[in-house]
Design a protein around this ligand. Structure first.
Ligand code: TYD
Length: 210
């Protein structure tokens, strides 16, 4: 059918510590891409499927062994790739995903201290064939992010409740990954106004993918 001739869609991920403000920019990024006449699937991890959203609920609110947490992140991801991400890319649609495997390296290895070598194996198993075309890393000091979360006055999850040192380790792990993959991972200075950040996001999308 005509679908076979369609070029694959682009896979774009948004990353950053809790409170970095990335989620609020996903709608704007999707609107920019749709404005070019392309279809976009906006989704998130953990989650994005019926099963994945159930796993998300557990991951965000239930105490569990640290390795269980890491394995459930990859289990949810496997389902997400199978049911949402791969089919959309094959249809030629863009996938804009709020977090992906960089988050597991940053949170479960950087934050929790698990061996990242295990994640390399899991990553190979779950999506050895696929990496994001572009990752936008929203970077800002953890103290600024914590103040933003506190100002939102809503119920926090297990990750947001972690201490400042945890979030600083997560931030450093993200920056280390960006240094290792500087073409794929574009660092956005998120300690700026939403208007400026929106422009930076648009510039990065246009420069790297559109
Ligand atoms: P988040 O995008 O922050 O959701 P919200 O904006 O609704 O708070 O994601 C939920 C949490 O999951 C976040 O604190 C980071 C964590 N997480 C991991 O620890 N490892 C992972 O691999 C992923 C995908 C997320």
């Amino acid at each position: 059918m005509s679908q076979t001739n369609k070029p694959r869609g682009k896979f774009v991920t948004f990353e950053g510590i809790d409170g970095a403000g990335k989620s609020s920019h996903i709608a704007g990024a999707a609107a920019l891409v749709r404005g070019r006449g392309l279809n976009v699937v906006a989704t998130r991890e953990p989650g994005g499927t019926a099963l994945g959203e159930k796993l998300r609920e557990l991951l965000l609110h239930e105490a569990m062994h640290l390795e269980t947490e890491a394995l459930l992140m990859f289990a949810a991801r496997r389902e997400h790739l199978e049911r949402v991400i791969e089919p959309a890319l094959q249809r030629g649609e863009w996938v804009i995903c709020d977090r992906f495997s960089d988050a597991t390296y940053a949170y479960q290895s950087g934050g929790r201290g698990l061996d990242s070598g295990k994640f390399e194996q899991l990553e190979q198993w779950v999506h050895g064939h696929l990496q994001p075309d572009l990752t936008l890393l929203f970077d800002l000091p953890s103290a600024v992010a914590s103040r933003r979360i506190a100002a939102q006055a809503r119920e926090t999850d297990r990750f947001e409740q972690e201490r400042a040192e945890f979030h600083e380790r997560v931030r450093l792990a993200y920056l280390e990954r960006a240094a290792l993959a500087p073409r794929r991972i574009q660092v956005i200075d998120a300690d700026q106004t939403p208007e400026i950040i929106k422009i930076l996001v648009q510039e990065a999308l246009i420069r790297h993918c559109l």
